[in-house]
Ligand binder design. Structure first.
Ligand code: 5GP
Length: 191
């Protein structure tokens, strides 16, 4: 999507280790007009799929997911990071390895908010190695809900997550697909 690609070229900054900083408009300060357009693109892609729940992961997916929730007129649920062990069985739990922080953490959703009858669209800001999406897919699976697909703002195609998850049958709509990034700041997109 041209608008997002141009914004990445103008305001994004490449950091060593294949990290793109987009703090000015995507995941620290957030550009609401841009978010609305991105959500509209995901709506176009998935409007006929009966989506009745948006699922994202704390924290940087939440803003985008809220706009998707407005577009689809459905609730937005975010997987919460937790250090507390669940003992009463009221939550689904999964483990996620953070690409940007390099640690592993547990995330939970309450069982009462993710149900077998739900048709779930996953939303996140980035797709890199796919660990965040793996975790969200696992939560949907545990609930016995239907996984409709995933809407991603920025996919880094030089990392393996997108190819692996598509091969597993997940439908992924990424709005900017980065083919390569150099530490000097060069960014190339997939056509
Ligand atoms: P994955 O789990 O697919 O490896 O990485 C996805 C998660 O890591 C996203 O939720 C996002 O917050 C973070 N992430 C991955 N790559 C980048 C990046 O290049 N820049 C930023 N800002 N976040 C990233």
């Amino acid at each position: 999507m041209r608008l997002l690609e141009e914004r990445i070229l103008t305001d994004g900054k490449v950091r060593p280790g294949g990290v793109l900083k987009v703090d000015g408009f995507l995941n620290h300060q957030m550009d609401m007009d841009l978010f609305q357009v991105l959500a509209g693109q995901w709506y176009q892609a998935f409007q006929n799929d009966g989506v009745n729940k948006i699922l994202t992961i704390e924290a940087s997916g939440i803003g985008l997911a809220c706009f998707a929730g407005v577009a689809f007129h459905c609730p937005v649920l975010f997987a919460k990071k937790t250090k507390t062990k669940n003992i009463d069985g009221s939550v689904y739990t999964t483990r996620v390895e953070s690409f940007t922080h390099g640690n592993i953490y547990d995330v939970i959703v309450a069982k009462e908010y993710l149900r077998a009858e739900d048709r779930v669209l996953l939303i996140d800001d980035f797709l890199a190695n796919g660990a965040a999406l793996d975790g969200l897919c696992d939560l949907v699976r545990q609930a016995g809900a239907t996984l409709v697909g995933a809407g991603i703002a920025v996919e880094k195609c030089f990392q393996p997550g997108g190819e692996r998850l598509r091969a597993q049958g997940l439908r992924i709509e990424s709005l900017a697909r980065i083919r390569s990034m150099t530490d000097e700041g060069g960014i190339e997109f997939e056509p």
